[in-house]
Design a protein around this ligand. Structure first.
Ligand code: HEM
Length: 418
């Protein structure tokens, strides 16, 4: 899984297999050359319509790489906010801090931030303090790396939990390379919707083909779809759709993808705003816009079946999807619970109170009432290799992000445990 064949290693191999190595070297140079061409074709675009008040980072929020004890995980947006000091740099965050920082840094709407925070607290964090870790929690329990809660398969640039053998949180070199290639081939040469829809199509077909544990549960699957819109909507320089550009400079820097021009692989480096200047979007982008864009502009490129009963019917709309999110609360197993129904009900009451405050509730949406379910995430989950019968390597990879390395140089069609 880790770094690929470097040009530097080739001379030693050449002594043993001169012909084979010449071919391999030629092939590698060809691949790297193609990638460099793609990248250079993507450079140079700048935002045309910007408001100086939206320049980020503001003064006093300089980038600082995380230290070894700082918690970072699968979300590039939150990792970046911690690296710039908009969130605590140690990566231990709470509800209020995240709603404020996501608005200030990226103009995320309060409704969308609230939905995400509710799930983070409920499934990955601590309800008393409304807090959680951006990477792994204490003793690797909880935190955003916890699989199938908010962290989910078919991510834009992370491998699936099963195929990555537990590594669901480091940026994957081979997937980002694909993302760059699709951007280079798109009409606008950017990371806009055409590129991201194609990327979603390729990633989801790959997961469907190779991941026997792919389970598209309502809430995480919705996050997976809308995370593809987050690239243009939040990471563009300026406001996407109003002169902002989803350019390579912004996106590669924000997601922490640094091209090694010798190997042609992407090293995963700490997330930061581009040094040449960046402006956040000028208007909030919230839950309704995100769901509408996700399900009309991304998801149609491959309709992965998920337990949203309204899929494929005229009843699929933002309200029914929000109801599915709302009801999804009833079937996610909160982190700290052993299945006590009364405890679950107390947690759900807390969560629903938060959602009602930003206008998402059963009465407003007319969602049908549901009863509390047990965890239905995985049938047969104790099977070897399954979520409850994991390889020891899977367990060991639940930690915080380790930066300045290359992860996944090739597509993992079977779990990459070494
Ligand atoms: C508000 C609280 C937030 C929480 C709790 C949260 C949590 C997460 C989690 C758990 C993931 C992993 C999902 C996966 O496996 O694909 C994720 C991914 C992602 N998040 Fe966030 N997030 C939040 C806010 C944001 C913001 C403000 C942005 C953008 C500015 C953002 C952008 C993304 C993107 C692009 C991904 C996909 C990463 C990739 O695979 O390329 N998130 N987030």
């Amino acid at each position: 899984m880790r770094s690929g064949l470097s040009l530097l290693t080739l001379p030693a191999l050449a002594l043993a297999f001169p012909g084979a190595v010449r071919d391999e070297k030629r092939q590698l140079l060809g691949t790297v050359g193609n990638l460099l061409n793609d990248v250079s074709g993507l450079l140079g675009s700048v935002a045309s319509s910007i408001d100086p008040d939206n320049f980020r980072p503001e003064s006093g929020y300089d980038f600082q790489a995380p230290g070894p004890n700082d918690s970072r995980g699968p979300c590039p947006g939150l990792n970046l906010l911690a690296n710039h000091g908009y969130l605590p740099r140690n990566g231990y965050v709470n509800f209020g801090q995240v709603v404020e920082a996501t608005a200030r840094g990226f103009n995320m709407g309060a409704d969308l931030a609230t939905v995400l925070c509710v799930f983070a607290v409920l499934t990955d964090g601590d309800i008393e303090t409304e807090s959680w870790y951006l990477g792994a929690g204490p003793q690797n329990v909880g935190g955003l790396v916890r699989h199938s809660t908010i962290e989910v398969d078919i991510s834009p640039n992370r491998e699936d939990y099963f195929l990555g053998c537990g590594d669901n949180h480091h940026l994957s070199s081979r997937i980002f390379t694909q993302n760059v290639q699709f951007a280079a081939q798109s009409a606008d040469k950017d990371f806009g919707y055409d590129t991201m829809a194609r990327h979603y199509g390729a990633n989801s077909r790959f997961s469907q083909q190779y991941n026997p544990w792919l389970y598209y549960f309502p809430f995480p699957s919705i996050v997976s779809v809308v995370a593809f819109n987050f690239y243009p909507e939040y990471f563009s320089n300026g406001t996407y759709g109003s002169g902002g550009v989803a350019n390579y400079e912004s996106i590669s820097s924000i997601v922490g993808a640094q091209l090694n021009k010798e190997t042609g692989q992407y090293e995963y480096v700490p997330e930061r705003w581009p040094e040449q200047g960046w402006y956040r979007r000028s208007t909030p982008y919230g839950a309704v816009e995100a769901l509408t864009d996700g399900f009309t502009r991304i998801y149609p490129s491959n309709l992965v079946p998920m337990p949203i009963a309204q899929l494929g019917t005229p009843n699929l709309n933002v309200s029914t999807i929000l109801c599915d999110i709302y009801q999804g609360l009833n079937s996610v197993t909160p982190l700290e619970l052993g299945g006590e129904t009364t405890d679950i009900e107390a947690q759900i009451t807390w969560a629903l109170g938060k959602l009602v405050a930003v206008g998402i509730s059963d009465t407003i949406l007319g969602c049908p009432k549901d009863v509390t379910n047990n965890n239905i995430l995985y049938p047969n989950s104790t099977t070897a290799g399954g979520p409850l019968g994991p390889d020891p390597v899977v367990v060991s990879r639940a930690g915080n992000n380790v930066y300045n390395k290359v992860y996944f140089t090739a597509a993992p069609t079977t779990p990459q445990c070494s």
